[in-house]
Design a protein around this ligand. Structure first.
Ligand SMILES: Nc1ncnc2c1ncn2[C@@H]1O[C@H](COP(=O)(O)OP(=O)(O)OP(=O)(O)O)[C@@H](O)[C@H]1O
Ligand SMILES: [Mg+2]
Length: 510
């Protein structure tokens, strides 16, 4: 339907839209009334679980409107008017290789082979993923997947682009490229609508309009500078974390490593000249050595695909190095049998749902300790929910797979810390968390450090590194690895190429 711009013209219109997931008492979206006109670009913010992704899924037709009305009018009658970048890029991939992923929508739209080849080549270049063309989509790093996802959606030029936290797994270069790409798209296609869900105020400030979701309702719809200046509103809606003096996150006592403290507890993990290759030829890590000490925090940084998560899995003992060793030492410096470190060296992975396999959140939290022969009582479980900032009454019996992105990450924190590990690897821990969650994570990490737990934090977030890490392992794609103190890392202004600028986010100080 070709519509002309004029009074009453809209591209997206929601009339009293309410959405309730099956079996849930509370609706995820409540009476949403909204109009988004042609060419408008909107940023969407809100706390974890406030309904942002549900809104995105309704717009892209993944969920059907149950109550109220949603109208999408496309002036060009595109066959696929809405393109969506998912919060978790794993949910996006449908094809075996990157090339086939880019071809997928074009094939469905009946493009000729020669046109497809041209478009695929052009988009691989534009999104800087030419080198990934023949790679398996299942074997890409998180950041690589996100770039492939964006290329595979932009290739069919949708009228409406919905981006659900697209920067979550991107490195700095990837984030900058995405920002530029969104501006370019806008210039080339002024009538296109962009709806960009983000947890970052700096992303919102690039937009003229910001919508704030709070418990399923739109509580603010205004210019970002007006909304972000309202501290009370921002704090209420999870857009801001205020570090009140002395505020702490209580780490429940059974995660106090009580039974194992003293000589039985691990004192350090030493990564000794390791090399690692997934296949015969390509080494992901070469000659890397570093030490994580009890009560110390090592930050791991580096561009997408340089082996950060691989290093995390090696430290946890999930992968074995091709050459070199990962040694576990007790407090007296004696070698500990790696077979005995299960549960003592644990990881919260980049995509938390990969760790879930039980029907309820409570069982998920209780599983680790049960496996180690410990029992959590209901108070312990409640305290772990509280530590993660999840309401126990609401979440105890929920299926972990139905949680929102940020809720899943919070649950993963509780499910891993329930085992009272001596060392924890956090892979992109703040990805998908709202600002309250980011602040909570910083307090949580400090609490663990005080208890003598050793941490490895893999992150692109400069503020997390600055406020937590003692030393930095910098994995570089070109010239090998660097291990340095945190101060040394931040003294070099080039740090901005690897992590986000430290002055950008409003987070708790030391
Ligand atoms: N498949 C599902 N089944 C049941 N409840 C769900 C499902 N998906 C989401 N929810 C619930 O609906 C509410 C809104 O979830 P949604 O994913 O839209 O939040 P969000 O704002 O995107 O959060 P986040 O910032 O964590 O990504 C939450 O309470 C969530 O737990
Ligand atoms: Mg979401």
């Amino acid at each position: 339907m070709l519509l002309s711009k004029g009074v009453g013209f809209f591209m997206i219109k929601l009339d009293n839209v309410t959405y309730r997931y099956r079996d849930e008492d509370q609706p995820a979206l409540k009476s949403i009334n909204l109009e988004i006109g042609p060419g408008e670009s909107v940023c969407v913010m809100g706390a974890n679980g406030s309904g942002k992704s549900t809104f995105a899924r309704l717009l892209s037709g993944l969920l059907n409107v149950q109550q109220g009305q949603l109208k999408i009018s496309s002036p060009r009658s595109r066959p696929i008017p809405v393109g969506m970048i998912f919060q978790n890029p794993d949910n996006q991939m449908v094809a075996v290789t990157v090339e086939k992923e880019l071809a997928f929508a074009l094939e469905n739209l009946g493009y000729a082979q020669s046109d497809m080849d041209k478009l695929i080549g052009h988009n691989l270049q534009k999104f800087n993923i030419v080198h990934l063309r023949q790679r398996l989509t299942t074997e890409l790093s998180g950041g690589e997947k996100q770039r492939v996802a964006l290329a595979s959606v932009m290739i069919f030029q949708p009228d409406i682009l919905v981006l659900d936290e697209p920067e979550s797994f991107l490195d700095e270069e990837g984030k900058a490229a995405l920002g530029e790409e969104l501006i370019n798209i806008k210039k080339q296609r002024p009538s296109m609508i962009q709806i960009h869900i983000s947890q970052y105020p700096y992303v919102a400030s690039r937009y003229e309009r910001l919508l704030v979701f709070d418990r399923g309702e739109v509580i603010a719809d205004d210019a970002p500078q007006n909304i972000l200046a309202d501290m009370d509103l921002c704090e209420r809606a999870g857009l801001r974390f205020t570090n009140r003096a002395g505020q702490r996150v209580v780490i429940p006592s059974q995660t106090d490593r009580g039974g194992r403290s003293g000589s039985g507890a691990l004192g350090s993990v030493e990564v000794d000249k390791i090399r690692f290759a997934y296949s015969d030829s390509d080494y992901v890590l070469r000659n890397l050595s570093c030490t994580v000490r009890a009560g110390g925090i090592v930050g791991v940084v580096g561009p997408s695909g340089t082996g950060k998560s691989t290093l995390g899995s090696l430290i946890c003992g999930i992968l074995k190095p091709t050459d070199g060793r990962v040694c576990y030492l007790d407090r007296n410096g004696n070698l500990v049998d790696p077979e005995t470190v299960a549960g003592r060296v644990s990881g919260v992975f980049q995509q938390p749902e990969r760790q879930f396999f039980l029907p309820t959140c409570t069982e998920e939290i209780a599983f680790g300790p049960k496996n180690l022969g410990q029992r959590l009582d209901s108070q312990n479980v409640e305290a772990l929910f509280a530590m993660a900032g999840l309401d126990a009454d609401t979440f105890a019996d929920r299926d972990p797979f139905t949680l929102s992105g940020g809720e899943k990450r919070r649950l993963a924190f509780a499910a891993v810390l329930s085992m009272s590990p001596d060392f924890v690897v956090f892979d992109e821990p703040t990805c998908g968390l709202d600002q309250e969650g980011v602040g909570r994570f910083i307090l949580l990490a400090r609490g663990l450090r005080e208890k003598g737990v050793g941490l490895v934090i893999i992150s692109h977030d400069g503020q997390i590194m600055r406020s937590l890490a003692d030393s930095i392992v910098y994995l570089r794609s070109d010239a090998g690895n660097l291990v340095m103190s945190c101060d040394e890392f931040f003294e070099n202004p080039l740090y901005r190429k690897v992590v986000s600028p430290v002055d950008q986010l409003d987070l708790p100080g030391q």
